[in-house]
Write a protein that binds this ligand. Structure first.
Ligand SMILES: [Zn+2]
Length: 273
């Protein structure tokens, strides 16, 4: 094994890490949650799916991809009424992830990507990427792995609501790890749909709102897992992996231009934000 073929960050030695830095691999940080996913899916669902997509992208393009160990916890207080869910305060999550990306930048990697699997982490992952870019000499982007499979899902979907432990996530699980799906426990959730607000994660409802899920559902499911199939999961998986492989290729060659400063006089460059 060498830096050319190894795509898992923590499997390299420090001399091999110098090679990986010289290759300017794109460093992926999978983030997700330890969160209830109804009676039919395990709590690992969000981080398992995000990490697997990252690892497969690494397998397919090891020469430009390096996958960090995942952050398996996220913003989850809204799921706390269901046993097992772990909550991290958003400020703590952002600070923790930023310490990781800044460490990676310190060593000399110039391109990073936060690959998120938990919808509620999205705004936090965006801020981690922005802060990394603004506070270091490196570039960091953020993406939800499931966004790469959105178009494919539109051609497959048989349920109205896409949200949680639903047709989408259950299909991916049936494709990747069917032995961990408690299929006899899969049942549709009682969705909340108004004109301006909904438990759906994708439609264009103007109000962004997530209540305590203990108010919304007794199963911990929004969507229709009974419409899930392994074949749908295979299509979604291929779309997600192909999307990430393509994004990494583009990000790998994305230029870092010199900033142009338009001030007529000196600035206080010592200020730390
Ligand atoms: Zn999920």
């Amino acid at each position: 094994m060498s830096a050319k073929t190894e795509y898992r960050y923590n499997q390299l030695t420090w001399p091999e890490m110098n090679e990986a830095i010289a290759m300017q691999k794109v460093v992926l940080l999978p983030v997700g949650s330890t969160e209830q996913h109804g009676p039919h899916l395990p709590l690992e669902t969000d981080i398992y799916l995000a990490e697997q997509v990252c690892l497969e992208a690494g397998r397919r393009a090891p020469e430009r991809t390096l996958v960090l160990p995942p952050v398996s916890y996220g913003l989850n207080l809204h799921h706390i009424d269901f046993p097992g869910t772990i909550h991290i305060e958003p400020e703590v999550f952002i600070a923790f992830c930023l310490n990781i990306t800044k460490s990676v930048a310190y060593h000399g990697f110039q391109k990073m990507m936060v690959v998120n699997g938990h919808g509620s982490n999205s705004p936090l992952a965006d801020l981690v990427a922005r802060k990394t870019t603004l506070q270091t000499g490196s570039l960091c982007a953020a993406v939800n792995y499931f966004s790469f499979a959105g178009e494919a899902y539109e051609g497959l979907r048989e349920s109205d609501i896409l949200a949680h432990a639903d047709e989408f996530e259950t299909s991916l699980y049936l494709h990747l790890a069917p032995e961990r799906v408690r299929w006899d426990q899969a049942a549709n959730g009682n969705d909340v749909e108004g004109q301006y607000v909904s438990s759906d994660s994708t439609s264009n409802y103007p109000l962004r709102f997530s209540d305590y899920w203990g108010r919304w559902t007794k199963r911990g499911v929004h969507g229709e897992p009974t419409k899930a199939t392994a074949e749908k999961g295979r299509v979604l998986w291929e779309a997600a992996v192909a999307g990430l492989v393509g994004a990494v290729a583009e990000w790998h060659t994305w230029p870092i231009a010199a900033r142009s400063d338009q001030h007529a006089g000196p600035v206080q460059s010592g200020i730390r934000w």
